[in-house]
Design a binder for this molecule. Structure first.
Ligand code: PMP
Length: 314
């Protein structure tokens, strides 16, 4: 090809946004080796460019806000986030050219702070003792007082959050399991992943059992998840959807995180480990009843951001 024609070369590679979703579904082989007829499959959400499941919700919220004329040039995206959603917004702001302001408790891990700062996000710190609810109250206050400056993304109340999973996650799972999924397990943070995926899966096959999981206490180490009984309940949460809700202990999640690292070749975050621990309990119940089962769960993120936690070496 001559140099003169180089300007007409087609654009190569993939835009960053198109790499969100279509994550692999990994079979956890050794975990269920003792349970014939039962499989646990984990959706590897760390394969998203921002490293977590929250790329799906964040990109859906941003594109929806742009389409509605809410996130216009010059406005900053504002939200409360304990981590992964913030990372996703910060990545998108950097790639798409809008400013990002995040409210979060000041005790988030140093890894998170560095990632957000590296993407160029502005952070408004809130009292650690007030948890994610304190960050939500701060974001609401900024949105109320400086509405012209910000688009308040409000991931807890924004329908574009759960709709991302209705449109993408559920249909990917259906296709990847060739319609054989029998159980779906997901943790509750904003509840977007569980609500959106469950709504679509139930349309595809109402017999699929959808199980939500949350920490067993407000004082837990399952970052990204909410103890619904004591938290500000997200407006997008729908209590009628779950066939069953499991309360998971932090210690069991830590044990599973270590086990997945040492026997399955998977270094996952603690909420993902909690989701697998829940899935294993269901797998054992189904096997005890002599049932076959295809249990799908969401591996929200990898262990990278949690490696400084002490439990790995205990
Ligand atoms: N796990 C992790 C690590 C998360 O960051 C989040 C999001 N807060 C969740 C689980 C829960 O996902 P969702 O907000 O869709 O309920």
């Amino acid at each position: 090809m001559s140099l003169a024609s180089a300007t007409t070369t087609s654009r190569l590679g993939t835009p960053l946004l198109e790499r969100i979703g279509n994550t692999p579904l990994i079979r956890l082989e050794r975990l269920t080796a003792h349970l014939p007829g039962v499989q646990i499959l984990g959706k590897a959400e760390w394969a998203n460019p921002g490293g977590s499941v929250k790329d799906r919700a964040a990109s859906s919220i941003v594109l929806d806000a742009q389409a509605r004329g809410l996130l216009t040039p010059g406005k900053r995206l504002l939200d409360a986030t304990s981590g992964n959603t913030g990372i996703a917004y910060a990545m998108l702001g950097s790639a798409m050219g809008f400013g990002v302001t995040l409210c979060m408790p000041s005790n988030v891990s140093p890894e998170r702070k560095r990632i957000l700062q590296a993407y160029g996000a502005e952070i408004v710190w809130t009292e650690p003792g007030d948890g994610s609810d304190g960050a939500i109250r701060k974001a609401r206050e900024l949105a109320a007082n400086e509405g012209d400056k910000y688009f308040y993304a409000d991931q807890y109340g924004n329908n574009a959050n759960w709709q991302a999973h209705y449109r993408t996650t559920a249909n990917e799972i259906w296709k990847q399991t060739e319609g054989q999924i029998t159980h779906f397990v997901a943790g509750l943070g904003t509840s977007g992943t569980f609500v959106g995926t469950t709504r679509r899966l139930k349309e595809l096959n109402p017999a699929i059992q959808c199980i939500s999981m949350q920490p067993d206490s407000p004082f837990n180490g399952l970052e990204g998840l909410k103890h619904m009984a004591t938290a500000i309940v997200p407006p997008i949460y729908d209590t009628t959807l779950a066939d069953r809700n499991v309360e998971m202990e932090t210690e069991a999640a830590y044990t599973m995180a270590k086990k997945l690292g040492r026997t399955e070749g998977l270094l996952v975050g603690v909420s993902a480990a909690a989701a697998v621990a829940t899935s294993l309990r269901i797998a054992e119940e189904e096997a005890a009843k002599g049932n076959e089962a295809v249990i799908v769960t969401i591996l929200c993120d990898s262990a990278d951001k949690y490696l400084s936690e002490r439990f790995w070496s205990e």
